[in-house]
Write a protein that binds this ligand. Structure first.
Ligand code: BGC
Length: 404
């Protein structure tokens, strides 16, 4: 797709006002679509009252040290990859290590680098080295369920971490309320469009790896629950819904290019499942001079995502405070190792039954938080990131947004 495909039109006065107030310096708005005139929306979204999670945060106490910790490595953690999201190296790895260190337990934390053979080898070596508990954030559900089976046969207890393995046999699952993540993404998109009085906005949905990850299925379900009724009531149009298969973010840009072209080269909103997909979408919009002029969602509150928000290219992200997730998972692992009853931990288990085939699965579903331009500071205040990292290279934008 070349930018010459698009006809750039003079902007209406209302549109100019919006852009002048919020523009990030993109090239302008296109009128290439046959399905309605282009609306000069701004990606920058300042919500004073963003949609909120209904889940409640657990008490924030760190796990207490185990009385007689077993000798050697007692907990293994397998993370899925380093390419679908920076969260695994930025958040999960260091926070899980810190939680187990605080409990006095030796942990072995490895990343399968998106390779299911490697994932299985890591699991086998961890079982071999005598771990008591395995925290598994699997690449896909069938390889995850196979590892659960091997672990069970060796007497190793598995906690599904962040991603559930449907049809598996884990007793515990620690994650965020993933359906709500999708609801919050879509509701924020709608609120941002409404705030700008966008009329009948056109929306493209860029789902994550629904073919491998039940979280991606739930994100898409939550988003559709918000958008479908509005589409049915003809208040917006869902132009298309594309799956970024296997969460392979390298495929996100070509897939979005196609979806944008099919939508006539212009939309007002894009639901991107996470910050990495959002970043690929921004790259494509940039080529068309449209970045900053489309309301765009994300997830993971990673550095690049927050920078894209502060630069005016992305409208929101979902902050999942991984330290809560790591703490809950560590507390459960510690209880399982010490043989104490996890129901005495003060952890709230969800009423939601996530896996009909594994009715005994107990889930901890933590609350996600919406971040727009107005509350980027929340991520820093929660201790998840340092202002110096978020603001590196975008000092001026941080100053303007009051981020410090
Ligand atoms: C996680 C997201 C992440 C995605 C891609 C999901 O299972 O919950 O935080 O962005 O996988 O790795």
């Amino acid at each position: 797709m070349r930018s010459s495909t698009y006809t750039f039109a003079a902007l209406g006065s209302a549109v100019v006002l919006t852009l002048a107030a919020c523009s990030s310096g993109g090239g302008g708005s296109s009128s290439g679509s046959s399905s309605g005139s282009a609306q000069g929306v701004s990606a920058t979204c300042k919500l004073t009252n963003p949609p909120k999670s209904s889940a409640s945060a657990p008490p924030t106490s760190s796990p207490s040290p185990v009385a007689n910790p077993p000798a050697g490595v007692s907990v293994g953690v397998i993370l899925p990859d380093t390419t679908s999201s920076t969260r695994y190296t930025l958040y999960d790895q260091p926070l899980l290590k810190a939680a187990f260190d605080a409990a006095g337990l030796q942990s072995d934390i490895q990343n399968a680098q998106g390779d299911t053979t490697k994932q299985s080898q890591i699991a086998q070596s961890m079982i071999g080295e005598g771990v008591k508990v395995l925290l598994l954030d699997s690449i896909d559900q069938s390889s995850g369920a196979a590892i659960e089976q091997q672990a069970a046969a060796a007497g190793v207890q598995v906690i599904d971490y962040d991603r559930v393995n449907l049809g598996g046999q884990a007793a515990y699952y620690v994650s965020f309320d993933n359906e709500e993540v999708g609801t919050l993404q879509a509701q924020t998109l709608v609120d941002c469009l409404n705030q700008q009085k966008a009329s009948k906005p056109r929306v493209i949905m860029m789902d994550g790896g629904t073919d491998v990850d039940n979280n991606a299925v739930l994100f898409a379900k939550g988003a559709n629950d918000v958008l479908k009724p509005l589409a049915d009531a003809k208040k917006l149009t869902i132009e298309s819904e594309t799956v970024v298969k296997g969460w392979k973010t390298a495929n996100a840009a070509p897939a979005f290019e196609q979806a944008l072209s099919a939508a006539g080269g212009q939309v007002e909103g894009v639901v991107a499942a996470n910050d990495d997909i959002a970043n690929a979408v921004i790259g494509v919009l940039q080529q068309q001079g449209l970045n900053g002029h489309v309301v765009l969602t994300g997830q993971d509150a990673q550095v690049e995502g927050l920078q894209n928000i502060l630069k005016g290219d992305q409208s929101m992200t979902i902050f999942k405070n991984v330290s809560l997730e790591a703490d809950a998972a560590a507390k459960l692992a510690i209880a399982l190792i010490a043989g104490t009853d996890p129901s005495t931990l003060g952890i709230t288990f969800s009423d939601k039954q996530l896996d009909p085939k594994n009715a005994a699965l107990k889930s901890v579903l933590l609350p996600p938080e919406v971040i727009t331009y107005s509350n980027v500071q929340d991520v820093i205040d929660a201790g998840a990131l340092k202002a110096s990292d978020v603001c590196n290279g975008i000092e001026k934008q941080c100053q303007e947004a009051g981020v410090k």
